[in-house]
Design a protein around this ligand. Structure first.
Ligand code: COA
Length: 428
């Protein structure tokens, strides 16, 4: 097959026909240049479907004028798709992140075209998927056509990231910067949550954590730890200082010892420079990274994730605010369960005790109508807020309620007690 070298992004996406199902590369590898072209091309077509995880800088394709031409089908929602979901103009598919590649490989979800962003071909004719392998590796294996934006600024990464240039149907070369997420400023509450979670982290633990202020606050407290490892679906800048200080050396890991294992990375230019051509960091297929049978093979896995709401029995809502879809299931359950199965493992949900500037308690007697349970009360272990740590494993519903009220915001504790006593069949 000969690769069609295009003079414009519009020419590259012009091979997409009406009724096609398209997969897009995501996170910091969201092909913004192709998105902008597709926003124009889609208007000449009907009934396109765009399958996706979290995308960055994807506003061009979130315009309501694309209704009837292109519809988003989200395995994870991000800022541009949230309002489309809210108005019924996009669809949300709840699914474990580890299952997304399986949907593709099994043929349950067909893909006509994958649109991706890659690093330039090396002397062997291999490009790389750069800073995001996630489900794009699987999508490229099954897609009938692949359209690639070749970006000289995309880091060349190791692992399952490699893809041969001659597999592309059309390519378009252009320099583009990657989205930059600098470390979030940490307020006092976040710092306290970070300190509380850090109390659970021991020398030799193998960490999974997401992006954001809480993970960075936890990492900032780990400088005096030794022999930490990383096996995670994603990582960001907080990890870099610990690699440089020697606290993270990955030497005790049983799966890929000596290496950071990840599915994608999102952060600053410093992070992108760190992963560039760095054999210490392996970007692997998310079906493998998030497989509980792989995660559990490392001892002392510490999975640290967050939540929007937790009920008094330990049910964790992380993808919606009531009936409003906010994000997605992602890899939370993959890692909560993987950590639960790992020898010495710890599954942590860390969240501020309140939302809306303190007006709402995130610890509630029952979840809001429509709230989606991501981590069930049988899988949950530690819940951490700025007021402390509640270990729910092995505790009864009554004991859980007591433990969670203790780490709720003091303004809500009395009210929570009363509500629990009214609503539940036990008293606290
Ligand atoms: N009621 C009303 N609003 C709430 C709320 C509640 N119970 N909980 C949170 N909010 C609001 C917050 O005030 C905030 O609003 P703002 O943006 O106006 O300030 C917004 O919702 C987001 O809350 P926040 O706590 O800042 O979210 P976050 O960015 O820390 O993300 C999750 C938290 C749960 C959404 C995120 O961790 C997630 O998507 N998890 C699922 C996937 C996962 O865990 N994957 C594995 C790790 S990569």
């Amino acid at each position: 097959m000969s690769v069609r070298i295009c003079q414009s992004a519009l020419e590259a996406v012009s091979i997409i026909e009406s009724n096609e199902i398209i997969w897009t590369h995501s996170m910091a590898a969201t092909p913004r240049v192709l998105f902008e072209a597709l926003a124009v091309h889609a208007k000449t077509k009907t009934n396109l479907t765009l399958l996706q995880l979290h995308t960055e800088r994807s506003e061009a394709l979130s315009d309501k004028s694309l209704s009837g031409h292109l519809r988003h089908r989200c395995y994870f929602s991000s800022t541009p798709t949230r309002s489309l979901l809210a108005s019924g103009d996009a669809d949300y598919v709840p699914i474990f992140l580890s299952e997304v590649p399986k949907l593709f490989r099994s043929g349950e979800q067909e893909i006509d075209t994958a649109i991706i962003q890659v690093s330039p071909p090396d002397k062997h004719g291999m490009c790389t998927m750069g800073v995001a392998v996630e489900a794009t590796n699987a999508a490229c294996q099954v897609a009938k056509k692949i359209i690639a934006h070749i970006n000289p600024n995309m880091p060349r990464t190791h692992g399952d990231s490699f893809i041969a240039y001659d597999r592309f149907h059309s390519v378009y070369w252009q320099d583009d910067d990657l989205p930059i997420h600098t470390m979030a400023a940490q307020d006092e509450i976040t710092q306290t949550i970070g300190k509380n979670v850090a109390r659970l982290i021991n020398d030799g633990d193998c960490l999974q954590m997401g992006i954001g202020a809480i993970p960075d606050a936890v990492l900032a407290c780990l400088y005096d730890r030794k022999d930490l490892g990383i096996h995670t679906e994603m990582f960001s800048d907080g990890v870099l200082d610990l690699v440089e200080s020697g606290a993270i050396n990955n030497k005790l890991k049983k799966v890929h010892p000596g290496k950071i294992v990840t599915g994608f990375a999102l952060g600053s230019q410093r992070l992108y420079d760190f992963v560039d051509d760095n054999p210490q960091v392996v970007f692997l297929d998310i079906e493998y990274v998030n497989d509980t049978s792989i995660i559990r093979r490392n001892d002392n896995v510490a999975a640290i994730n967050s939540a929007l709401q937790v009920d008094i029995t330990g049910q964790v809502c992380a993808d919606s605010i009531g009936t409003h879809i906010y994000s997605g299931v992602g890899g939370q359950m993959d890692f909560i369960r993987g950590a639960g199965l790992s020898k010495g493992g710890k599954a942590v949900i860390a969240l501020p005790s309140t939302a809306s500037k303190g007006a709402i308690s995130r610890i509630v007697p029952t979840l809001s109508n429509g709230a989606g349970v991501v981590t069930t009360r049988a899988h949950v272990q530690y819940i951490v807020t700025e007021y402390g740590i509640a270990n729910l494993r092995g505790k009864s519903l009554r004991e859980r309620a007591q433990a969670l009220i203790e780490i709720a915001h003091p303004n809500f504790r009395e009210q929570l007690k009363q509500q629990v006593n009214e609503l539940w069949e036990f008293a606290v």
